[in-house]
Design a protein around this ligand. Structure first.
Ligand SMILES: [Zn+2]
Length: 170
């Protein structure tokens, strides 16, 4: 397990200073954040949060997939979440390729990924609108729950809230 030795060593130090946490698995600030796996994003830091405050759901592109919906249902009904922020970011790799591009790139390395859907993001604003609507319209989550979208700028650290949906939008 040499590949992970650095992590175990770091954790041994971490645990020494950890103390005895009294946090529970409930989100103390009632928040769930859906964001990208991009390694430049520090969701807790950029939102002024600490461990215990929020549920952080990450995947490629910050997409609201079936699995994200499943997780939000559990987070809301079992773990104290009462508001959701969907937070894609600038310079996202998922906005620079299409699913077909990915299939070509992987096939060049001898892997056929055509049975996978990557949920790439040709239009980031449109994808965010779609993903927010998915959360707002699912029958499994409370209809009056605050749901917002905001784009995180990986170069400036600033978060720009997405426009509110049109009041007549379904
Ligand atoms: Zn990304």
């Amino acid at each position: 397990m040499k590949a992970f030795d650095d992590l175990y060593a770091a954790n041994a130090k971490f645990a020494k200073e950890f103390g005895n946490s009294t946090l529970t698995g409930r989100a103390a600030r009632g928040l769930a954040v859906v964001t990208c796996m991009d390694s430049r994003i520090d969701p807790l830091g950029l939102l002024g949060l600490e461990p215990g405050d929020a549920k952080i759901l990450r995947n490629a592109g910050a997409r609201v997939t079936d699995d994200v919906l499943r997780t939000l249902v559990l987070a809301v009904y079992l773990l104290g979440v009462d508001r959701v922020l969907v937070m894609p970011h600038t310079d996202c790799g998922m906005s620079k390729v299409t699913d077909s591009d990915v299939h070509v790139l992987t096939s060049e390395q001898g892997v056929d990924t055509r049975s996978l859907e990557f949920h790439t993001v040709p239009d980031q604003d449109e994808a965010l609108r779609h993903d927010l609507m998915r959360i707002r319209s699912t029958p499994f989550l409370p209809h009056n729950m605050p749901v917002a979208g905001a784009i995180y700028d990986v170069h400036t650290g600033l978060l720009t809230p997405a426009p509110k949906p049109h009041p007549t939008a379904a």
